[in-house]
Structures are given as C-alpha cells and as structure tokens.
Design a protein around this ligand. Sequence first.
Ligand code: ATP
Length: 325
Amino acid sequence: MAQIKNIGVFTSGGDAPGMNAAIRAVVRTALYYDLQVTGIRRGYEGMINGEMIPMDRKSVGNIIQRGGTILKTARSDAFKTPEGRKKAYDHLVEHKIDALIAIGGDGTFTGAKVFGKEYDIPMVGLPCTIDNDLQGTDFTIGYDTAINTVIDAVDKIRDTAESHDRLFIVEVMGRDSGLIALRTGIAAGAEAIIIPETKTDIMALFDRLDRGRKDKSSKIVMVAEAEEAGGAFEIGRQVKEKYPNYDTRISILGHIQRGGRPSCMDRVLASRVGVAAVEALLAGHRNEMVGVVHNEISYTPFESAIKHHVDINPNFLKIVEILSL
Ligand code: ATP
C-alpha cells in the first residue's frame, strides 16, 4: 500500500450545516499527521475542471460556526459519465492527490463507489446531509441543525395558527425520507404527520382531525416533501374540500432548512468523523463511510451506506397518535 501524502477533500450534493466544520476537521487532522491537504472546489464538477487549492491551518480558521461550505458544492452530471470521471482522475494525478475524503450524501457516495471501482485511489466519506437517510450512522451532519430550524419555524407558525384558529399543512424537506417530518412533527406537537414510509391514507387524516379536540383552535399537519399523495398542496386541497369551514393554510418551509449556523451536535459530529476519516485512510480503509453508531465511530462500505431505506421507528408514529389528542 502506497503511503498517503496528499489528501483531497471536497463537499458534494446538497449543502448542509456542518460541512465547514467537517472540512476544518479534515484539514487540521491531515496537518496534524504531517500530510498535505488539497481542497477541491464544487465537488465532482470541480474535480473534473481541476479546481484544486492547497489548504493550510488558516484556510479553515473561523469557519466551524458557519453554514454552507467554503469549498462550495455542486451536482455534476458529467461525473456520471466515464469520460467525466477520467478527467477527474487525471486532475487528481496532476495535483498529486493520492487519497480522497468526500463530504456529502447518498448521491455523493454512489459516485464514490463507482469511482472507486474504476480507479485505484483510497477514498472515505463523511455523512453530511440534512436528510439523515444513510445507513451506518445514527445521525448525519446537518440533520440536527435542520430539525431545529424546522421546529423554530413551526413554533412561529403555531402562533399564527393559534391566533386565527387555523389549520396549517407544513411541508418539510427530506427527499425520499420522512425522518425530518417525523421527528419535527413530534417536537412541534403536530396533530398528524404524513411521511412516505407509511401509506398515505387521507381518510385516516380526516379521522384524526375529527377525533381531535373540538375546542383546540390550532392544528398542524406535517408533510414530508416526497410524500406520495402529492405533498402539502394536494393534501391541503383535499382538506379544504372536506372541511370548508376550517381556515386551512399551506406553508412550504423550503431552503431555510439547509442554511444557518450548525448546532453544537452537528459541529461535534463533524469534528469526530472528520478526525476519524483521516485516521481511517492512514489505517488503510477505503470505499467506506465513517459514521457514529451508538456513540462509537463505525465504518460502512459505500455500497451499504446508500442502501435505502432507513427504517422509521414505529414507536414514533404511536407517540404522535397518543400525544396529539
Ligand atoms: P443530498 O442528499 O444532501 O442532496 P447527495 O450527495 O445525495 O446530497 P446528489 O446530488 O444526489 O447529492 O449527488 C451528488 C453528486 O454525486 C451528483 O451530482 C453526481 O455528480 C454524483 N453522483 C450521483 N450518482 C452518481 C452515479 N450513479 N455515478 C456517478 N456519480 C454520481
């Protein structure tokens, strides 16, 4: 096994709070072990275009608390082609990068898996997505901040809902996963939660609303964006049709869920897995995601990390049912 001298680090896919904390941890750990570290801008797209910058202690100063990513991120269609990946590899060779750390979500690790089969370069990944939809880590970097952003917003919506006696249908992000909706629904005291992991039964929602306290003035229904019945607008339409007397409003929280200062949990998680990722490369790991399971560092092959679906805890659904009376 060739000795690693220069680690390339990049962020890829959707941005998530804590990406900067992860970059900082990787750069400082590499320097701690007397390695060089090169930042690759704009994820795989920047790798293809040769956007490489040397990183030092100072280049990651004062970023642990910042949202977004100083390396920028991108979605790259070119990397899905063999020609694109060949260009990317040629740039790595040109810049003498002999190992990679990818910070991203399932798409990023799908790309990493493909790249790892074609080219002989050690690569490990850090789970960083607000969706929390990866196997092999209890939480992904960015999820904790995103769910706190959601409950902050829903608490405010609840003030309006309460003042005007309104029903709000609130749509949150999560791609194919209902994990954000489920957890924030519990935390914000939602009357009902609609997620893609369970079959949407609009009659069950009506039943839930009928059974709810008649004197309760505000109601919140949390809906995950990938929900099969068509998301908040379609559910809102059906609710309005069934209950013309309810003052029903729809709120799509959108991109505010991706931004902002990372929470303490996300900064600590990013720091832990960032340090562990560099150490994993030095210990010979490759094609694995470095996560935390039951408070211990764990290594999961990319192949398994991206296996959908992360299971929903059925107790959580029961909790909503009990507590929304
Ligand atoms: P998030 O879940 O937060 O959006 P992500 O990492 O899943 O993050 P994607 O946009 O799905 O984000 O993937 C990031 C990039 O990974 C893609 O733009 C593409 O360049 C690369 N990628 C995804 N799938 C493949 C694939 N099958 N082959 C090669 N590259 C891929």
